[in-house]
Ligand binder design. Structure first.
Ligand code: ASP
Length: 301
């Protein structure tokens, strides 16, 4: 397919009011589409778009992340370049305004793929990242959600309605194919509400919550991380394309079907294949997502 493609998601769950997200998603897609039309690389665009999503309090990433059992904010993010399989992940970081940019710096400036916790923060400081106070990330809604989860002694998805009927807001991801046909992917999250012990989910794990390979596809996931980790979801999707040559949509369907049948998984996936076709599927009631190409923009839930 000619031209560029960009797809983003803002998490999945059962209790989502799509109208609330529509305008923000549309603005961010238009912003990303403009960058791609000016020939920015897929890698640059997925990072820039993710920064916008992290900066919005609507989503469970960066500002507006969910709280841990101890009332802390611990964020995870990963980025992958389909051109060369370079990738970087920041796990369990605190005080970093845009964990996705830290993940990219880890990919480009460290000799490692994953840095976590204190070490990741030291690396961030060495590379000039400002460390923000917790107040920057906290929102009233997240505090209420945390109090509720603790009261019910539950660990829940940010969009879940297991605790109360408040609206919940989600993990983010971006996938793109640029004018040269290069693919890239990101996923960034505050994780799940009331998580303990420096828990890390699928989002920053290459092959589980994110994957990009120019020979197959770009993938980002959202949902209960433990289940996505068990089926190595993102790489599973890439392998379906590689070995079964299914379309992006068939691959998304197959992956979610596998997630449900194998581990009764709850969540969703977005895919752009090497030809520029989109695919998305989810086993929750909704997933906030949308895409833009040179001549079309669409918001889906
Ligand atoms: N996958 C994320 C995690 O388990 C949560 C989400 O996507 O909402 O940390």
């Amino acid at each position: 397919m000619k031209g560029y493609q960009l797809m983003i998601h803002g998490g999945c769950g059962d209790n989502i009011n799509p109208d609330k997200f529509h305008k923000t998603l549309e603005d961010i897609l238009i912003y990303g589409g403009n960058l791609l039309s000016r020939n920015l690389s897929a890698l640059d665009v997925v990072e820039k778009v993710s920064v916008e999503l992290e900066n919005s309090t609507l989503f469970n990433a960066g500002k507006g992340s969910v709280l841990t059992h101890d009332g802390e904010i611990e964020m995870d993010a990963a980025i992958m370049d389909g051109l060369n399989l370079n990738c970087g992940s920041a796990l369990c970081v605190q005080g970093i305004k845009n964990p996705i940019s830290l993940a990219r710096r880890i990919m480009e400036k460290s000799e490692h793929v994953i840095l976590s916790g204190k070490g990741a923060q030291e690396f961030a400081k060495d590379f000039g990242f400002k460390i923000y106070k917790k107040d920057h990330f906290l929102t009233k809604e997240r505090i209420m959600q945390w109090e509720n989860a603790k009261k019910h002694n539950k660990v829940v998805l940010d969009h879940s309605n297991n605790t109360n009927n408040e609206e919940k807001f989600g993990t983010i991801g971006a996938i793109a194919r640029d004018n040269k046909g290069n693919l890239a992917a990101t996923t960034s999250t505050g994780g799940i509400v009331n998580k303990k012990y420096n828990r890390v989910g699928d989002s920053p794990i290459i092959g589980a919550g994110v994957y990009a390979d120019n020979e197959t596809c770009a993938v980002s996931t959202t949902g209960y991380g433990e289940q996505f980790l068990k089926i190595v979801a993102a790489k599973h999707a890439s392998d379906i394309i590689k070995y079964k040559s299914l379309s992006a949509q068939e691959t998304a369907n197959e992956t979610i079907k596998y997630l449900v049948t194998k581990v009764k998984g709850l969540g969703g996936i977005i895919i752009i294949d090497k030809f520029g076709n989109f695919g998305s599927a989810f086993s929750t009631k909704k997933m906030i997502h949308g895409y833009i190409t040179s001549n079309k923009i669409k918001i889906l839930t």
